[in-house]
Design a binder for this molecule. Sequence first.
Ligand SMILES: [Zn+2]
Length: 197
Amino acid sequence: MVKAARAAGEELGGIKRVVLGHAHADHRGTAPSIDAPVLCHPDEVADAEDDAAIDSYMEISALPLLRARLAYPLLMRRWDGGAVGIEGTVQEGDRVAGFEVVEFPGHARGLIGLWRESDRLALVSDVVYLVDSGRLKPLPEGEASVPHPAWAWDHAKAKESLRRLAALEPRVVATGHEHPLRGENLRETLERAAEKY
Ligand SMILES: [Zn+2]
């Protein structure tokens, strides 16, 4: 994905910094290969700077399908780019390129989203899934779910954070996987999503 990430950045004038939504292998993977400083939440620095592609709190053995339990350890290692040096941190209320940093801990310890109230756009990495990670396939159009507890640092907090996102009443939610979720007001969809697991 490095080439694609670089090309997407060039179209917008070049990548000046990388802000990690969280440090899971499939979200930090390209960061070491992009020539720009990398930032994340203070609570996520240790995991970003650690070599492990699978974080110690993940319980891949708890995923429902054998196929997923076998595939993910290999996929996570393939997607990972290794440890990432963190040059700075961002937290609740900081501004990044016209967005406000919002903390959504749970799926990962220091998971953050970027929120722009003027058009109700939320960039949230894995606060919410549009995929069924247990079955390795997208959810039906318009459906969303809290990530499976197998991935969570603290699942109860992940549900709380998803309800927090719902309360922002976003119009577009861009997640780490699949196309963005769109709707005039996504509050109900996201509140329902928090109850899936
Ligand atoms: Zn994740």
